[in-house]
Design a protein around this ligand. Structure first.
Ligand code: SAM
Length: 321
């Protein structure tokens, strides 16, 4: 009775508060004087980008979007543009964190590439992979362990991609960690967009929050799961092929450390040499749009900022030598 009484009267600390506390402790050490502004960005409404659907009739949407004041891009778009299926029945654009495009751009898909999207659902990046215009992948495998999320991926493909192209996308629901054993070394390009602490979601939403007490073990195991998924992605890549690893977390334990461990394991256990690419040209190209962290040891990290409230988004490219 004593224990149940105590449990009943102890107020539960919201998961968002636990997340913020955890970030205050860890990210203030990592980001130092930058942390207060990143923190403010995380706690404010994020900015979106509109991924235009090349397969729909775009003329009027582009005009509508161009007419909008860029600083008020999304809210204006929501008020003024009634999104409706075009004559082909396809939707015109997909709203997503604009920083989510960076890992897809880093993958640099070329015409004829065999591409694997190992953790694909709900499908924002899959959709972006299919929007690369003339560089449409010949064969796109989109996988996600979650059957319910894979259903959303199917739905998105149906809403945005014409049937003949959609049919060339194979959607599977395997445990991505097993992919290496299923079809080793067959892909030119592999995207490994892993589950992570989804920092923005964790400080804003109680629903499905990874900082909930009952998910502590799952959260602590994330870097291990991420490493296993990245290893599977590496093993799925052809020699000469490329892997992009991404998270929407600021945590070095889920970012650079995973890369370092994977490069080491690839070499020592599989005799595979992985080269980490320098992506600093991305910083130069996109510095007006995104706020990049200048001290990231490997890969690039987009920091939320009140004037450019995208991310967090970490991405790192590895080439299989
Ligand atoms: N790439 C997606 C997009 O842009 O819409 C977001 C992917 S989300 C960050 C991570 C995904 O990994 C989740 O959909 C989750 O179901 C999936 N996942 C978690 N564990 C997995 C595993 N062992 N194998 C494959 N997918 C997994």
């Amino acid at each position: 009775i004593f224990f149940s009484l105590k449990a009943a009267t102890t107020p539960r600390i919201p998961s968002t508060r636990l997340a913020l506390h955890h970030f205050d402790v860890n990210y203030s050490l990592q980001l130092k004087e930058l942390w207060p502004s990143v923190r403010a960005g995380l706690l404010c409404e994020q900015k979106y980008g509109a991924l235009l659907n090349n397969f729909s009739s775009l003329d009027y949407v582009t005009q509508e979007l161009e007419l909008l004041n860029a600083t008020d891009f999304v809210s204006e778009a929501c008020k003024k543009v009634q999104q409706s299926p075009d004559i082909l029945g396809l939707l015109n654009y997909y709203l997503m964190d604009a920083a989510s495009l960076l890992p897809v751009l880093a993958l640099n898909v070329q015409r004829g590439d065999f591409v694997l999207d190992l953790c694909a659902a709900p499908g924002g990046k899959t959709l972006a992979l299919l929007q690369t215009g003339c560089a449409l992948p010949t064969n796109l495998a989109a996988n996600d362990i979650s059957i319910s999320r894979a259903k959303r991926l199917h739905q998105i493909l149906r809403n945005y991609i014409p049937t003949e192209i959609r049919e060339a996308v194979s959607v599977t629901t395997c445990d991505g960690r097993d992919w290496g054993q299923l079809g080793g070394g067959t892909f030119h390009k592999v995207l490994v967009d892993v589950p992570c602490t989804t920092d923005r979601h964790s400080v804003m939403e109680e629903d499905n929050n990874i900082f909930h007490k009952r998910r502590t073990k799952e959260r602590q195991m994330l870097p291990m799961l991420q490493l296993q998924l990245l290893m599977a992605g590496i093993l799925a890549t052809k020699p000469g092929g490329e892997v992009v690893y991404s998270t929407c977390s600021l945590s070095p334990l889920q970012n650079e450390h995973v890369i370092e461990r994977a490069v080491e394991i690839a070499e020592t256990q599989f005799n595979i040499n992985m080269h980490v690419e320098d992506l600093s040209h991305f910083r130069t190209l996109f510095q007006d749009m995104f706020s990049f962290f200048s001290d990231c040891r490997l890969g690039e990290l987009v920091l939320p900022h009140l004037t450019a409230n995208f991310g967090p988004m970490y991405f790192c490219k590895l080439c299989r030598v």
